[in-house]
Structures are given as structure tokens and as C-alpha cells.
Ligand binder design. Structure first.
Ligand code: FAD
Length: 379
């Protein structure tokens, strides 16, 4: 049986794993990044990057933002049950990208910094006592420190805690990618509909060559999410049966207080580091990944100090706003508050809501375009 040995092993090549591997390699540590996929690989995601993601990227990789990867928008429209409520011009641009291209770029940055990549290799098991990662191919890889950046279904979290996430606290989302030609009036307008799911929302995100339409919400409150999704796409003039729809769990609201054990750390979705209202996870994946990388590098430099002890301070500061963000959900999501929330969005001048003639025309022409009959199920 083949056996490799590294100071640090990172499982997962998403934003969290790439940030951890890059940080470790840049600190001169011998690091191996393992991912079950060959890159470029798809990852179900709205691909929306806010100013936070941009800041997290620049802080982590010290590189300028690659504008060629993104489509940029500032115009956000709010809907309720398919009806337009309000428009809002964001002060900062929102970038949208395909995860295949973005994640490949991040992994390349980690490789250029000196990380060894093992792509197309799936981790089957982890022996915590012997500090060994077993690959499905049968190969074993020994580590001194391990970073679990393997997403929502984390094998590392399952090994440590018996399960990857708490089903009662976790969200589930369905998404489809639609060619831009199928939504000719959409332009670069971003849409949200907080009535599309219970304790969740629907979204339309304009990416470089496609438009992503999604519906997600707290899993236990949305047993009929597929019907809600079909209804939502019908309000956009599309028939769900014509679309390729995929689903995935999203740990929005399931943040780990204890992100690992000893020299095994969790970051990104594996730690539940996702904004509980919006589901935004990429900046927190980058920040926790980089923090895990720094902690492991420092632990290796000062043999004897556990990586988790060094990780805790940074991790707690990164997830503090996420833990605080759980409370305001009660101002948005409960059923009785939804109509008030929709009304407040429609009239709130305080929050810089703008409803210009141009957008009004856009909306009216979109509303006048032919649409299929509403599906029988109306959530
Ligand atoms: C529908 C949906 C829409 C979203 N939209 C947005 C958005 O618009 N903006 C935003 O900021 N966030 C969004 N998110 C959240 C965001 O996608 C995640 O928070 C982010 O991808 C977390 O990054 P990560 O690196 O922790 O995990 P991931 O990106 O999931 O990466 C994990 C990696 O681990 C690998 N892996 C898993 N298991 C193994 C194994 N056993 N062996 C080897 N490799 C393994 C996987 O192949 C994968 O490459 C969305 C999520 C969903 C589900």
C-alpha cells in the first residue's frame, strides 16, 4: 500500500480549502490538498460575491480581483409571490461568477504557492489516533495536522462528531442555470423573493453567460420545496420540467461552536460558517480557511501547541457576526411578519430604495411578456 506523509493535509478544494492550503504553502509548510473532483468542477451555488467576499479574497491571497471572471450588478429587485415590490441600487457592486472558474483559480493560486494537489481522489476515512487519511484508491496519507474543508457533507466533521450537520437547523436549496437568452428581459437585475420559501427566499442571479434561479429555506419547514421551486420559476415565465434542477444542503444557521479537535480543524461549510439570513458562505469560507491555515502553520512552528487552541480566537471573531445574525431572522421570516416585511420593503425610502422610470418600464415590459399558466400548486 502506497503511503505519503505531509505536515498538513487539507481535504476539500473549495474556497475554504484553497485558502487554507495557500496560507500554509505561503508560510513554507509542506501541504497536500485533496479533492474528490477534478478541477474545474461545478458546485451548486448562486455565485454571488459581495464586498465581503472581495475583501476576504484580497486579504487571503494578496491578489487583485479578477474582473474577467465576473458579471457585475448593482440593481436589486424585491418580489413577493411573483409581484414586484421594490427596487434598490446597491452602493457596492455585486459580482456573480461560475464556481467552476472561480474555484479553479483559487486552487491554482494554492498550487503556485507550493501546495501539492491531489485531485480526483476521494477521502474514504480518517484515523484520528494514527493520524492517517485513507483514500478510496486504497492509498494512505499521514499528517501532523488536518484541515477539514470538505463542505456541508464533511467526512472530517462526521469522523469527529458522528454527523456532518444538524438536519433541524440546516437549509436546503434547489437551483437551475438558465441560458441568458431564455430570460431576455432580465439584464443584470438581481432578484429576491422572501415569500418563495419558508424561512428562506427565492433568487435570480445574473452570471456571465447564465442566470441562476434558486429557492432555499430551512429544510424542516419546506417539505414541499420542489413545488415552491416550480412555482417560482413559473413566475419567471419558465417551465420547471424544461430545466435541469439540482439540490444541496446549506448550513445556514448551523454554526459550530467547537471547530475541530486537537490538530484537526474545520472551516467553511464543514464548520457551518454561513450567514444565517442570506446563506452567503464564500467570504466566511475564505476567512476561516485562511485562519485554519495560519493556526496550523503556527502549531507546526511551535511543536506542542494544539492547532485548535491557536485557531479558536480568529474563528470566534469570524463567526461572531454569524451567530448574532441568527436573531434578526425573526424580523424577516415568520409567517405573520412576512406581509409586514414586504410592505416595509415597498415603502422604505430610509433604506435608499429607488424606483426609477427606467426600472418601472423594465418591470412593466417583463410583466407583459408571455408566461405559461401558473402551476396547480400555489405555495
Ligand atoms: C444553492 C446554494 C447557493 C449558494 N449561493 C451562494 C452565493 O451566492 N454566495 C455565497 O457567498 N455563498 C453561496 N452559497 C454558499 C457557498 O456555496 C458555500 O458556503 C461555499 O461553497 C463553502 O465553501 P467550502 O470551501 O467550505 O466548501 P465547498 O465549496 O463545498 O468545497 C468542498 C470541497 O470538498 C470536496 N470534498 C467533499 N468531500 C470530499 C471527500 N470525501 N474527499 C475529497 N474531497 C471532498 C468537494 O469536492 C468540494 O470541492 C450557496 C450554497 C448553495 C447550496
Amino acid at each position: 500500500m502506497k503511503r505519503g506523509r505531509y505536515e498538513a493535509v487539507v481535504i476539500g478544494g473549495g474556497p475554504a480549502g484553497a485558502a487554507a492550503a495557500y496560507t500554509l504553502a505561503a508560510a513554507g509548510r509542506q501541504v497536500c490538498l485533496i479533492d474528490k473532483a477534478q478541477f474545474p468542477r461545478d458546485k451548486l451555488c448562486g455565485g454571488g460575491l459581495t464586498f465581503r467576499a472581495k475583501r476576504a479574497f484580497e486579504q487571503t491571497f494578496g491578489q487583485p480581483w479578477r474582473a474577467d471572471l465576473f458579471n457585475t450588478s448593482r440593481d436589486v429587485h424585491f418580489y413577493s409571490r411573483g409581484r414586484f415590490i421594490a427596487a434598490f441600487r446597491s452602493g457596492t457592486p455585486i459580482d456573480f461568477m461560475m464556481r467552476a472558474a472561480f474555484d479553479q483559480y483559487l486552487v491554482q493560486l494554492a498550487e503556485r504557492a507550493g501546495a501539492e494537489l491531489r485531485l480526483g481522489e476521494s477521502v474514504a476515512a480518517i484515523d484520528i489516533e494514527r493520524k492517517i487519511v485513507s483514500l478510496r484508491s486504497g492509498e494512505e496519507i499521514a499528517f501532523e495536522c488536518l484541515v477539514g474543508a470538505d463542505g456541508v457533507n464533511s467526512v472530517v466533521a462526521k469522523t469527529l462528531y458522528g454527523r456532518a450537520f444538524d438536519l433541524a437547523k440546516t437549509a436546503f436549496a434547489l437551483e437551475t442555470e438558465v441560458p441568458r437568452a431564455m430570460l431576455p428581459l432580465q439584464g443584470d437585475i438581481v432578484e429576491f423573493d422572501f415569500s418563495a420559501a419558508r424561512w428562506g427566499y427565492g433568487w435570480v442571479f445574473p452570471k456571465p453567460t447564465t442566470v441562476t434561479i434558486g429557492v432555499g429555506g430551512l429544510h424542516r419547514l419546506n417539505p414541499e420545496l420542489r413545488q415552491r421551486f416550480d412555482f417560482y420559476v413559473a413566475t419567471k415565465g419558465l417551465r420547471a420540467g424544461d430545466l435541469k434542477v439540482k439540490g444541496q444542503f446549506l448550513p445556514a444557521g448551523d454554526i459550530r461552536r467547537e471547530p475541530g479537535r486537537g490538530n484537526i480543524l474545520l472551516c467553511g461549510d464543514a464548520a457551518g460558517a454561513v450567514e444565517p439570513i442570506s446563506g452567503e458562505g464564500i467570504p466566511f469560507a475564505l476567512w476561516t480557511g485562511a485562519a485554519a491555515g495560519r493556526a496550523v502553520a503556527a502549531s507546526l512552528a511551535r511543536a506542542g501547541t494544539e492547532a485548535l487552541t491557536l485557531y479558536r480566537r480568529d474563528y470566534d471573531a469570524i463567526v461572531a457576526p454569524l451567530l448574532r445574525g441568527k436573531r434578526p431572522r425573526w424580523l424577516i421570516y415568520p409567517r405573520l411578519i412576512q406581509p409586514v416585511f414586504g410592505w416595509a420593503l415597498g415603502f422604505s425610502r430610509v433604506r435608499d430604495l429607488v424606483f426609477t422610470e427606467r426600472r418601472k418600464r423594465h418591470f412593466l415590459s417583463a410583466a407583459a411578456s408571455p408566461r405559461p399558466p401558473s402551476p396547480a400548486v400555489s405555495p
